[in-house]
Design a protein. Structure first.
Length: 484
């Protein structure tokens, strides 16, 4: 491990303010680090020199072999409910927080390395990540960002030159991730489980300062924090639902305090609209199915609120009552974002009762006819411009659709709004798999083409039709695997 003062200025606020949750650690030395993908626009936003990142020093920095001066890389401790069962000690088993970068506006961003080797939290795992899953996270998080959904970002994927043992040997990689922080519901669960109320208070103060500073001025900051996190998550999950995103592993350790989407494992975009859609191989009960996501988020937030009860009031009953009230912010923000979003998805800037009703009617039609979520909504733009045939081609119940279209046209939907709201391109499972298979075999071409399409999801281009089409029937029911 070496340090280099000129590399990039980085702080160690989390490590110094919350040492109980931060275990100083160092990355496994990469054998032959090579940058596979670099997010130059993101580097520019963070005022980091992309040329440095793309070179030798960058490859070593982004795998943790080179530590910038002032940084104290740590493995973060957290707990979590996984599929409803509580694990008291999860933590970064294959990742390190390098520290916090400050952008030109003075905002802090975590620089985090995923796949950086074993840590004391690794349990039976090898601490490593394979190229495929790290490219999948890169692609999906950048697609989400382009779709306007709050998310962690991906700065780079760097091949380590090591082989990773899975069902077969795969090339290893590290994902350099940037997030407004890595504080999770599970971080609070871990702190609360120590029984040290002052630690929970320090963690809450840290979270408030970083993400929800107005809560500091409130009469009851802990309560205001619950409300702020519930609001941010209500907004986030509504946005997921509007684009057909299925997170796949909504464990409490995968839910942020900032309101950003985090940890893209077996995530996917729903094709035929069905609330029961689930793609994760380990989610056999469908706990994290598309249609369950709002309820699960609310359940997770209740676990978050429980950790703060001792800070809210002197007696437990009053704390519970106040916290429950504050959690109501989830439903109200979820409902507002979802309703406004659905109305925009059918082409209206404001939600009259008739527009809301039309939106709900369309959902029924799409569901009954198993219409592809993304193509169905996108085809509305054509219908608004006078060509309803592509949409009619997706729906079996034509009488129902035509009746709906007649009502809809009377309200004069805005074709441009439809095109700005309903993406043409999302990372479809069959295209993602194709791109990752090629990348694993050494060809990054298909990955680059897919990435370019999903980074501009609303701009349709001739030649990119294959990225807009649903999977062929022989692709079957898509299953993806996490933790790989
Ligand atoms: P995830 O499902 O990616 O959110 O991870 C859940 C937990 O498993 C976290 O504590 C991870 O650090 C840990 N984990 C996942 N994969 C590995 C691995 N290959 N080696 C060690 N720990 C891992
Ligand atoms: Mg996780």
């Amino acid at each position: 491990m070496t340090t280099n003062p000129e590399l990039l200025p980085i702080a160690n606020r989390f490590a110094t303010e919350l040492p109980e949750l931060a275990l100083p650690w160092q990355a496994e030395e990469a054998l032959d680090p090579r940058v596979l993908v670099l997010n130059e626009p993101l580097a520019a936003e963070l005022a980091i020199d992309p040329e440095m990142l793309g070179g030798d020093a960058g490859a070593r920095l982004l795998t943790g072999s080179l530590v910038p001066a002032g940084a104290t890389p740590v493995a973060q401790a957290y707990a979590g409910h996984q599929f409803g069962g509580y694990s008291p000690r999860l933590g970064d088993g294959r990742a390190l927080l390098v520290g916090e970068l400050s952008d030109p506006q003075g905002r802090l961003h975590d620089l985090h390395l995923k796949g950086s080797g074993r840590t004391p939290f690794s349990r039976g795992g090898d601490g490593r990540a394979a190229v495929g899953p790290m490219l999948r996270e890169y692609l999906t998080s950048e697609a989400m960002h382009a779709l306007g959904v709050p998310t962690t970002r991906s700065l780079a994927v760097v091949a380590t030159g090591r082989q990773v043992r899975r069902e077969r040997d795969l090339p290893g990689a590290v994902l350099a991730r940037v997030a407004s922080s890595h504080l999770r519901v599970g971080s609070f669960q871990y702190a609360a489980a120590t029984g040290d109320v002052e630690l929970v208070r320090r963690l809450a103060d840290h979270a408030i300062a970083r993400h929800h500073p107005v809560a500091a001025q409130a009469a009851n900051p802990a309560l205001a924090l619950i409300e702020a996190v519930a609001t941010a998550q209500g907004d986030l999950v509504a946005r997921w639902m509007l684009i057909g995103f299925v997170h796949g592993v909504m464990n409490t350790d995968n839910m942020t305090i900032s309101g950003e989407t985090i940890d893209y494992g077996p995530c996917s975009f729903m094709e035929a609209f069905d609330p029961a859609t689930v793609h994760s191989s380990i989610d056999t009960g469908g706990r994290y199915a598309y249609g369950n996501q709002p309820l699960v988020a609310e359940w997770n937030l209740a676990r978050f609120a429980e950790t703060l009860l001792p800070l809210i009031a002197d007696d437990q009953d009053s704390s519970v009552e106040l916290a429950t009230q504050a959690l109501g912010a989830f439903r109200s923000r979820y409902g507002a974002t979802y309703a406004a979003g659905l109305v925009a998805k059918i082409g209206f800037a404001s939600g009259t009762e008739e527009a809301v009703d039309l939106g709900e009617q369309l959902l029924v039609l799409l569901g009954e006819n198993h219409v592809d979520w993304t193509s169905g909504f996108r085809a509305l733009a054509g219908a608004a411009r006078g060509d309803a045939e592509p949409l009619r081609g997706l729906v079996a119940n034509l009488a129902g659709l035509d009746a709906w279209l007649a009502r809809w046209r009377e309200l004069l939907p805005d074709a441009e709004l439809l095109e700005r709201t309903n993406p043409a391109y999302v990372p479809r499972n069959h295209r993602v798999e194709e791109a990752l298979d090629a990348a694993t075999a050494g060809d990054l071409g298909p990955f680059g083409e897919l990435l370019a399409a999903v980074q501009h999801p609303f701009d349709e281009h001739p030649g990119l039709e294959r990225f807009a089409e649903p999977a062929p029937p022989d692709f079957g029911r898509y299953v993806s695997y996490c933790g790989t």
